[in-house]
Design a protein around this ligand. Structure first.
Ligand SMILES: Nc1ncnc2c1ncn2[C@@H]1O[C@H](COP(=O)(O)OP(=O)(O)OP(=O)(O)O)[C@@H](O)[C@H]1O
Ligand SMILES: [Mg+2]
Length: 500
């Protein structure tokens, strides 16, 4: 493809925040009719670069050209008017309002010749976009009543509805179901064939290699290289991203499975289809939970942790009955849970890293009636070092960290409660390849200390790589239980389809 096909060109972009040079002389050139992947570790500067394009942040240095003309958007409204749209990593929707309000916020269609918002037009226009994209969502539904994955689809439809020439997708699939991912890829392919330039950010290697034409790699705020996606392997990408060779994807499984620790009998949920699930988890064990989306994996953890209503069933810890009626009781019983929807349930945005790390384990830092600052700082630092959380300091507000680094802080919070049983729902979602290894290591360390870790994951290689046993859920029921050392993906998939 020739130079004159270039739709977007960003040159020598630099941007600093207090204490961090987030971007240092970065280049990006996106051709019309292509999907351009932007890759790099957590905190590399991907989202920041895109926010500089979109007018959310203002670059300190550099130039941006759209169709050869220099542009400098003062805000996202101006970017949208010039045909640049962005689906953000953090959904920022008005949850109390309905789908169509969210679609047209800031540009409500008016009644003919009148200054009033036309609900009818809004509905029709929304239906038109949804139909075009094959999205099956009721425009009048309130956002908060929909699963995250559908909210994400609404956001995608909104970006497309601006008829943008350049569309940025910042980790769009992190909360989509498999079917929705396929759907999104069809939309992206369609946009590409219409001549759009797509910028695609993701930590999922298989997606990148499947969908992209070109790949730009960033590291520590710097531009590393741009390659043709057809001429680069996954290992090369990883090496360029992390700047070192990663030889092992999984740490050695040298934990020893011991006595039964948690027994679950006939667990049935009140408001979901989770039904009659029984199993035993052991000391020193990493127990995986596999299954398709909607198979009841998250509901299972939520029921054990007491944040979803139980209809019937019993729990035994070391042979003694326990209730875990709510999260407080579960924490007192030695449980901890990393929830799937971290942004909604986990983050205290305006508070700093230290507060977000220590908030669930405050008892540990008491010195008489007072909290001991030094102890809290030590505990926080442990998490930063262990997970290599990229932050200027412990006093930085968590919302200014990159998406993946925010997640590391929330994981630290639960590790600091020193749980006996740790429940993890998609722990490596949004985490880069290098940091995944550190999380796996932590999980296996806990098992080696005789704790039990129960992990829900959609990534099967990950479950096979770190677990001792895997429970397979299907249609709200337990379809089977397999030994992770001897099973394979095919056996798990067959079980996952059992009650569908
Ligand atoms: N508003 C802000 N204030 C202060 N620092 C910020 C702000 N936004 C980003 N940063 C910093 O800039 C750096 C790059 O962050 P960015 O969000 O661009 O990373 P990323 O590559 O998107 O990572 P991830 O894969 O985790 O999403 C990080 O060190 C982050 O802490
Ligand atoms: Mg990001």
């Amino acid at each position: 493809m020739s130079e004159n096909n270039v739709l977007l060109k960003m040159e020598h972009i630099s941007k600093s925040f207090p204490g961090v040079k987030a971007l240092d002389d970065v280049n990006l050139s996106v051709k019309a009719g292509t999907v351009h992947a932007l890759m790099g570790e957590n905190g590399a500067g991907k989202s920041t670069l895109m926010k500089c394009l979109f007018g959310v942040y203002h670059k300190d240095e550099g130039q941006i050209y759209l169709n050869g003309e220099e542009v400098n958007f003062k805000d996202s409204k101006e970017a949208l008017e010039h045909g640049v749209a962005m689906v953000h990593q953090e959904l920022n929707q008005a949850l109390k309002r309905n789908v169509m309000d969210n679609m047209w916020l800031g540009r409500f269609p008016k009644m003919d010749n009148l200054p009033f918002v036309s609900e009818k037009k809004m509905y029709e226009e929304t239906m038109k976009v949804f139909k075009d994209l094959n999205i099956d969502v009721d425009p009048k539904k309130v956002m908060s009543e929909m699963p995250v994955s559908q909210r994400q689809m609404v956001e995608i439809a909104k970006a497309v509805s601006y008829n943008a020439k350049v569309i940025v997708f910042d980790e769009p699939t992190s909360s989509l179901t498999e079917v929705e991912v396929e759907h999104l890829f069809r939309i992206i392919n369609d946009l590409r064939s219409r001549g759009c330039g797509i910028i695609y950010i993701s930590h999922k290697m298989d997606e990148i290699l499947r969908i992209s034409d070109e790949i730009t790699i960033m590291r520590d705020g710097k531009y590393i290289t741009t390659r043709d996606a057809k001429n680069i392997t996954m290992n090369e990408i990883i090496k360029l991203m992390v700047g070192r060779e990663i030889t092992n994807v999984y740490p050695p499984k040298d934990n020893v499975v011991g006595e039964p620790l948690l027994e679950v009998r006939g667990l049935t949920a009140e408001y979901s289809k989770l039904s009659d699930v029984s199993f035993t988890a052991h000391k020193g064990e990493v127990l995986g939970v596999a299954g398709l989306d909607g198979s009841g994996r998250t509901e299972l953890l939520e029921n054990i942790f007491g944040i979803a209503t139980r209809k019937s069933g019993e729990l035994f810890l070391n042979g003694k009955p326990i209730k875990n009626a709510n999260s407080r009781e579960s924490i007192a019983n030695g449980f901890a849970m990393l929830t799937e929807e971290r942004r909604a349930t986990g983050i205290f945005g305006v508070r700093d890293i230290q507060a977000n790390s220590t908030i669930s384990s405050l008892k540990r830092y008491l010195n008489g009636p007072f909290l001991d600052d030094k102890k809290m700082a030590e505990a926080t630092q442990w998490g930063i070092d262990k997970l290599r959380t990229k932050t200027p300091s412990q006093k930085t507000q968590i919302r200014s960290l990159s998406g993946g680094n925010q997640q590391k802080v929330i994981l630290t919070r639960w590790l600091l409660t020193e749980p006996t049983i740790l429940l993890l729902d998609e722990p490596t979602r949004g985490i880069d390849v290098g940091a995944k290894y550190e999380i796996y290591e932590l999980i296996l360390d806990l098992a080696k200390q005789g704790k039990c870790v129960i992990v829900v994951s959609s990534e099967m290689p990950e479950l096979l790589g770190i677990c001792d046993r895997i429970l397979v859920m299907s249609g709200g029921r337990l379809a089977g239980e397999v030994d992770a050392r001897t099973t394979d993906q095919e056996q798990i998939m067959t079980l996952a389809a059992k009650y569908v």
